[in-house]
Design a protein around this ligand. Structure first.
Ligand SMILES: Cc1ncc(C[n+]2csc(CCOP(=O)(O)OP(=O)(O)O)c2C)c(N)n1
Length: 337
């Protein structure tokens, strides 16, 4: 096995999990914003306002929010298609993300990308990708570019556990290890790839162990614990920036909704989903905040209210924005320097 492999954040690590009141509230705000954003998107989808695929991140918010809190704003982010959470966590205005879902010209990708392709290069968000595992080589390539140009940037690559059964995952890990690329691979293990439980698709159920084939240090953490995610990513980013090469995190979580909209979810029982909700990362963080006196109930309510207003405006903005002009179809296809 290469590097330190832990099965979880241990009690002795708890003192690492420090947080200021300001940060505690900011983490709560971000996770709540992503949750309510997606609930509003789900509702709009039901009204036929959003077309195509819509993969919700509900239940997994602590990973995007924690991970981006552990990175610098110049660190690069490459993700899969379940990607609304990362762009919101990086500070993109919800109205621009909502307008993108609506396919409007005011959207983050001018309405041409939609749900699965959220990108904002100025914020080092290199996009969501729909081909399972297809973005891992892109992340490795970006890490090579950063290393070659001597930039102190780390690349974070987010993927589902199902994608770790794909060849591109292994070839990327191999070259990243060989060339000591500044890459953090963050596997969000939500226990299902589409409708397939991990054990039915992967010979190795503990995904983090796959990294050991390439001597890549890996940890399995509680992905519903926003501070555990932040700290794991922060530690790895520090190591990667110092030339320590790639590392991997397996963040254990659960998706509360279907794989995409319209998934009948025959592969799991209602009881299982309800039981998993006991570990809801947002409820949990709210309880921690109150227990640790990091904020008062009224402050949390105020934040929740502000998010409601912000999202009401986001939906209105998306609905009132114009569709792209037909001529727009020919632009933004090829980038010429
Ligand atoms: C190469 C490829 N094969 C199959 C698909 C269809 N597909 C889309 S998502 C998905 C499941 C991926 O599961 P996982 O990587 O665990 O991510 P999750 O959706 O659970 O976040 C599949 C099989 C695809 N998009 N690309």
């Amino acid at each position: 096995m290469g590097g330190a492999i832990r099965s979880n954040i241990s009690e002795s690590d708890r003192d690492r999990m420090r947080v200021t009141r300001e940060e505690a509230l900011a983490l709560f705000r971000k996770m709540s914003q992503i949750r309510r954003f997606e609930e509003r998107a789900e509702e709009a989808y039901g009204r036929g306002m959003i077309g195509g695929f819509l993969h919700l991140y509900i239940g997994e918010e602590a990973i995007a929010v924690g991970a981006l809190a552990g990175l610098e704003p110049e660190d690069d982010v490459v993700t899969h298609y379940r990607d609304h959470g990362y762009v919101l966590a990086r500070g993109v205005e919800p109205k621009r993300v909502m307008a993108e879902l609506y396919g409007k010209s005011t959207g983050l990708g001018k309405g041409k990308g939609g749900s699965m392709h959220m990108a904002d290069v100025r914020r080092h968000l290199w996009g969501g990708y729909a081909i399972v595992g297809g973005h891992v080589p892109l992340a490795a390539g970006l890490a090579l570019a950063n290393q070659y140009r001597n930039l102190p940037r780390v690349v974070s690559c987010f993927l589902g556990e199902g994608a770790t059964n794909i060849g591109t995952f292994f070839s990327s890990l191999n070259i990243a290890a060989l060339w000591k690329l500044p890459l953090i691979v963050i596997v969000e293990n939500n226990r299902y790839g589409m409708g397939t439980a991990v054990k039915r698709a992967s010979a190795v159920e503990e995904t983090y162990r796959k990294a050991s084939a390439f001597n890549i240090p890996a940890v399995r953490i509680d992905g519903n614990d926003v501070l555990a995610v932040r700290d794991a990513v922060r530690d790895m980013a520090r190591t990667a920036r110092a030339g320590g090469g790639p590392q991997m995190i397996e963040a254990m979580t659960y998706r509360f909704r279907g794989h995409s909209m319209g998934d009948p979810q025959r592969y799991r029982g209602r009881e299982e989903v309800e039981a998993a909700k006991a570990a809801d990362p947002i409820d949990r963080w709210r309880r921690t905040i109150l227990e640790r006196n990091l904020a008062e109930e009224e402050e949390l309510e105020r934040v929740t209210g502000e998010i409601e207003t912000e999202l009401e405006e986001a939906v209105r903005f998306a609905e009132e924005s114009p569709a792209p002009e037909p001529g727009e179809l020919c632009f933004d296809v090829v980038v010429e320097e």
